[in-house]
Design a protein around this ligand. Structure first.
Ligand code: PMP
Length: 381
């Protein structure tokens, strides 16, 4: 077993370096754009007029209902509040789910590049991971590798769509094929969908819960931090069949017990906003993405296509740079004054070294300044 206490994450490291060096931080994924005033007003009203005491353990019924309505409206999913457990961010939903599902000795298949919380949580529960990897540069899903990775001790698979860091999404065909394997081997499927609301190219988001073979064996993780751009609020949830949801609630009960009551009310208020609000909110991010991608391409960088998340990926070799993401990101922050995240940090095994992640949810002037620095860096290479 690897050290169960992971080192400081690459995000902390890069943000720390950016602060120390006064670099522009396109590393860690948080928006530095106008925060939605409607959500702030809803939180202020909730603090003054609603409760500041413990809410029900599984979350305010009003919020759980609002989450169900949102998924019915946006993804055609039919859930009841009994399917939902509100947690302190998507992170706690992942923790509660993995602690509920993984038993000592269980094997879980993880798909690289992967979000950093999955592996330590599985190991804390006494499980071990088997790794498969998306295939660059289009990051296609390796179904044959998944089939080969499933063994007698395999109990589950963790998926992430849209994918952080590379922004690609799983389609129906892939999810149906995963459903066939999950049924044949009696596996659960934990799907991290925190980026579901941040899709910019019109690709419909599809949850494993929408695939009949997975409806009773999948868990969907969501986060208001991403949908409403309030990453510091840490309001998230897990959605699953009622028996699975009850098991997850059993872990949530002793992790945090509940999640900040006024922020739950504020998020419920956010879900009551009309669809046009979400379109308008997304439009600002879409413009920021177009600005960064357009500027990078004009400067000769090769940017890989991505449907969702707040990130774009640079293909280093195709950009005329060394395919060594650790070295390039270190030089970029120190010499050019722009922090990025090496995609190899999202691997536990056999990392891809040729890709860098950049976050675009910044003010236009900040993106312009970063582009100027990046262009000068590439021209000098
Ligand atoms: N999963 C993924 C893939 C993420 O990118 C993030 C946040 N960066 C999370 C989970 C955590 O979400 P939250 O902030 O709601 O805990």
């Amino acid at each position: 077993m690897t050290d169960p206490t992971p080192k400081t994450t690459v995000f902390e490291y890069m943000s720390g370096l950016a602060r120390e060096l006064g670099a522009i931080n396109l590393g860690q994924g948080f928006p530095e754009m106008e925060e939605p005033p409607e959500l702030i007003a809803a939180a202020q009203r909730a603090l003054a007029e609603r409760s500041n005491q413990y809410p029900p353990m599984r979350g305010l019924p009003e919020l759980r209902g609002a989450i169900c309505d949102y998924y019915a409206r946006t993804q055609g999913l039919d859930f009841a509040p009994d399917n939902v457990v509100v947690t302190s961010g998507g992170t706690e939903a992942l923790a509660a789910s993995l602690l509920a599902l993984v038993r000592p000795g269980d094997e879980v298949v993880l798909v690289q590049p992967l979000y950093d919380a999955y592996l330590p949580l599985i190991e804390w529960a006494g499980g071990t991971a088997k790794f498969i990897s998306l295939t660059p540069p289009d990051w296609s899903f390796p179904l044959a590798d998944l089939a080969a990775a499933i063994g007698p001790k395999t109990r589950g698979i963790v998926l992430n769509t849209p994918n952080n860091p590379v922004g690609t999404m799983l389609g129906r065909g892939t999810l149906e094929a995963i459903g066939v394997l999950a049924q044949a081997h009696d596996l659960w499927v934990l799907c991290d969908e925190v980026w579901e609301g941040m899709v910019f190219d019109g690709t419909p988001h599809l949850s494993p819960l929408a695939v009949p073979a997975l409806a009773d064996r999948a868990i969907k993780i969501g986060s208001a931090g991403k949908i409403f751009s309030m990453t510091g609020w840490k309001v998230g949830w897990a959605v699953a069949a009622p028996t699975l949801a009850a098991r997850i609630a059993g872990r949530h009960q002793f992790l945090t017990f509940t999640t900040a009551t006024p922020l739950q009310w504020a998020v419920a208020g956010g879900f009551a906003l009309p669809a046009q609000w979400h379109e308008h909110h997304l439009a600002r991010y879409r413009a920021a993405k177009a600005q960064l991608v357009g500027g990078l391409e004009a400067a000769g960088f090769a940017v890989l296509p991505a449907s969702g998340t707040w990130f774009v990926t640079l293909d280093l070799a195709a950009s005329g740079l060394p395919a060594d993401d650790l070295a390039v990101s270190e030089r970029l922050v120190r010499e050019a004054g722009v922090a990025s995240i090496p995609v190899s940090a999202f691997y536990a095994q056999s990392p891809e070294r040729g890709y860098l992640r950049l976050c675009f949810t910044k003010q236009p002037a900040v993106l312009d300044a970063a582009l100027e620095r990046l262009a000068a860096f590439r021209a000098a290479c």
